[in-house]
Design a protein around this ligand. Sequence first.
Ligand code: UGA
Length: 446
Amino acid sequence: MNISIIGTGYVGLVSGVCLAAKGHNVSCVDNVASKVAAINNGKAPIHEEGLGAMLAETVGDRLHATEDLASAVLSSDLTFIAVGTPFDGTRIDLSYIEAVSRQIGQALRDKSSYHVVVVKSTVIPGTTDGLVRSILEQASGKSVGQEIGLGMNPEFLTEGQAVKDFMNPDRIVIGGVDGRTQDKLADVYAMFDQTETILTNNKTAEMIKYSSNALLATMISFSNEVASLCSALGGIDVVDVMKGVHASAYLTTRRDEAGPPVVAAISSFLGAGCGFGGSCLPKDVKALAAQGVELGLPMSMLNSVIEVNLGQPGRMIDLIKDHYPDIRGLRVAVLGLAFKPDTDDVRESPAFPVIRLLANQGATIVAYDPFAIANAKRALDSIDVQFAADLEEAVRSADVVMLITAWEEFKSLPRLLDSMTKQPLVVDGRRILNKGDVKRYVGIGL
Ligand code: UGA
């Protein structure tokens, strides 16, 4: 099929490259000339495992990038909208969705054959059938359900393994205003015929995406609340508690006599720590809660999920204060700036609120991340932080070492500390170290 995709962020570009690899002809549209040029030169403007190689294989053949939205729409049968939907502090900002819907509608004025428009961006329930539909109809002079099909097809890509997730989907959610739209969209994914496919309306598709992320965030905040209670009670380690919780038959899905028990992947969201970040979980929970509040619902649970998460960086500081009531002048090594390991993405990273709290209380901060220092420098420009070139430089002569991101490299910390005379207090915000391996160890939920 001939497909156009508007937006070459990580959702748009990964989808475009993977759909081209699966045999579709794809035009990727972006209004940033440098991104378009990079893609056409076979260079991915974002870092995702496997993306570069797949782009190099498909570009110039089944994939190309362009700034010309109208011609990309006119030469395709189906257009995905994959532009950003940032949270502006109060509600989700739909201005990019509005702008591209209008441009797609204007282009469709000149198209005589049926065309399907599909929202892939994460948008609050009701957006596709409300805002997108009315702009498309008004700008095109045509009707959804007749000349235009309108669908909603959320993505479930995890950053760092987005290509793998796209090529091995756990589910395909196909929302559509009618059967004709759903059929056309189902054709896009025809090669994934073994994957569970959910055919539904657009609003439900939108809600499936939000509910999926809200559940993950809820599990993390649940674990963090239990962790706080464990710490307050004393004599309980949340890591041991969660081991016991994981062993439940609800989470350990199959006990095969020969092999070890198989733990459901969702158990990996029961890890207490310094909180969730990234471009999805924080924004999605806030946007969904805000929508509920606008509709007059209290949204007490999701608001608590956000509140617990906002409190975790402060808990990290409290752990230091139990040993050093006055933080002023302490040399604190902050290990990890990316919001999670194996990415250079620092968006909504818990490292920033931790660093801000430390800076406000007069600590000397040395930060280290194997991959994300350049991005963090941009985000932290007004805060006085020294950046270390490696792990050893960061922890050498530190009074306190704070572990924020669960990078594999940080597991070597006990060995590194063994070779040093001065032993810092290690505050494990991800509980990745064995508590017995470090002389002065404290952790969330311990
Ligand atoms: C998340 C979802 O996992 C994907 O399924 C979804 O498709 C994606 O959002 C999206 O909406 O696009 P992602 O944001 O890439 O993916 O990252 P996650 O691996 O879910 O991690 C999110 C945050 O939760 C990280 O800061 C991580 O450190 C934190 N986390 C995770 C915890 O604090 N505790 C845990 O036990 C697990």
